[in-house]
Design a protein around this ligand. Structure first.
Ligand SMILES: [Zn+2]
Length: 123
């Protein structure tokens, strides 16, 4: 008799992408975690996970087993992913962690801009 009404929204398992204005190559400050207060350059962005790796930060040691002559194994250090919400852009001009404004230029292109000093981040 009764019609099933299971229209619950938001049951998808795709993680919601956090809007980030950070990009590969940006210098960022880590604001939380064990690397808090340190700065580095973004090496890779993993947008699906809202994470990124930062040069020489959050290093983890991986113990590799040797697999023949080409890969002798041993301890390999590599950057582990950091959450994007714990990263803040450091402006190259005022040298401070800053928020990023996005400005639409006259030619329709979007440029990122330092919230503090107005310096364009992309040039
Ligand atoms: Zn600035």
């Amino acid at each position: 008799m009764s019609v099933a009404t299971s229209n619950k929204a938001g049951s998808g398992d795709r993680p919601v992408r956090v809007r980030t204005r950070l990009r590969k190559g940006d210098t960022v400050l880590v604001t939380a975690g064990k690397e808090r207060g340190k700065t580095g350059k973004i090496l890779t962005m993993v947008a699906e996970k809202n994470r990124a790796t930062v040069e020489r930060l959050n290093m983890v040691k991986r113990h590799r087993k040797g697999q023949g002559a080409q890969s002798p194994g041993g301890i390999v250090e590599k950057e582990a992913l950091l959450d994007l919400s714990n990263l803040t852009l450091v402006c190259g001009r005022c040298n401070k962690p800053t928020r990023i404004n996005v400005r639409v230029l006259e030619d329709g292109k979007r440029a990122r801009q330092c919230h503090r000093c107005g310096e364009l981040v992309d040039s």
